[in-house]
Design a protein around this ligand. Structure first.
Ligand code: C2E
Ligand code: MG
Ligand code: MG
Ligand code: MG
Length: 285
């Protein structure tokens, strides 16, 4: 009806939609200011070697310390950052801050940074990464860029050359949330990824001890290894999952059972002490 009335693409006035739109628009302005005002912060979740229990690195996860809303999780603003193009400066800030922090810790840690499709397709990500490495003094082989399968789905030839350009810098590439997208197998063959991150939804299913679910995860681990990748299990929440994944030969793990994402000071402290949960869960050999 709105269309017939000459309202173009707009549907009839819907207050709920209007509010959602206004909230998004307001948030876009706020987010632009947040970058200028330094309201973004990174938390760091350790990546743990399943065989030794050692922390081998961290994943940087962005949060927004909003003056009135409090700590805003990334899923509430990354979408807006993507649709407004703010993801490019935001992503650059995340990369710089994560590398700066890794260099400050002064150990040979892997630092994983999430890269969104939009960031990957807008502009020259390889040039940005090269500049950030130079600026911060971060060794390229300590940086791991995490991307989802959606990066590999569109405009494949162009995206393949982008991947190759990133690889040429010497950084590692991880496929995040593996198993949740499409065409996973074909893309594994085509794109030179170093790390396969098994989505939390698969890890979740290991709690019940169902043989079929165990076979599924074992198969993903083997698949990753067959393609020369290291495997990381996401979202380990209990000891059953930890034990099962270790038995399957999965290389690394992350999850609340090991550690939640932590502010930088707490993450630095954890590096000194190691993981208490893990020591308790590991029988002495
Ligand atoms: P992701 O990259 O798959 O990150 C893992 C998410 O799972 C994080 O949520 C983490 O806090 C959460 N998580 C870790 N262990 C557990 C667990 O044991 N149980 C449960 N239930 N959750 C766990 P977070 O920090 O809210 O981030 C959500 C997503 O937002 C990330 O998913 C990533 O896709 C995106 N994201 C975060 N930081 C950035 C960033 O700097 N740039 C971009 N482009 N995306 C980001
Ligand atoms: Mg990730
Ligand atoms: Mg993930
Ligand atoms: Mg995820």
């Amino acid at each position: 009806k709105a269309k017939e009335a000459g309202g173009g693409v707009y549907a009839a006035y819907d207050p709920a939609m209007h509010n959602a739109l206004m909230q998004r628009l307001g948030m876009a302005d706020d987010l632009r200011l947040a970058l200028e005002r330094d309201e973004l912060v990174l938390h760091y979740q350790p990546t743990v070697d399943l065989a030794s229990g050692e922390i081998i690195g961290f994943e940087a996860l962005v949060r927004w310390q909003h003056p009135t809303r409090g700590m805003v999780p990334p899923l509430e603003f990354i979408g807006i950052a993507e649709s407004t193009g703010l993801i490019v400066p935001l992503g650059r800030w995340v990369l710089t801050e994560a590398c700066r922090q890794a260099v400050e810790w002064g150990r040979p840690l892997k630092m994983a940074v999430n890269v969104s499709v939009r960031q990957f397709e807008a502009g020259d990500l390889a040039a940005t990464v090269a500049a950030v490495l130079a600026e911060t003094g971060m060794p390229a082989d300590q940086l791991c860029l995490e991307m989802t399968e959606s990066v590999l789905l569109t405009d494949t030839d162009e995206n393949l050359s982008r991947i190759v350009a990133l690889k040429a810098l010497g950084v590692m590439l991880a496929m995040d949330d593996f198993g949740t997208g499409y065409s996973s197998l074909a893309y594994l063959r085509r794109f030179p990824m170093d790390v396969l991150k098994i989505d939390r939804s698969f890890v979740d299913r290991l709690t019940t001890g169902d043989a079929g679910d165990e076979t599924l995860v074992t198969t993903i681990v083997r698949l990753g290894h067959r393609f020369g990748m290291r495997t990381v299990a996401e979202g380990i929440e209990d000891e059953t999952q930890l034990t099962a994944l270790r038995a399957m030969g999965c290389d690394y793990a992350q999850g609340y059972f090991l550690s939640r994402p932590l502010p930088s000071a707490a993450a630095g402290a954890l590096l000194e002490t190691g993981l208490p949960t893990y020591a308790a869960a590991t029988p002495t050999r």
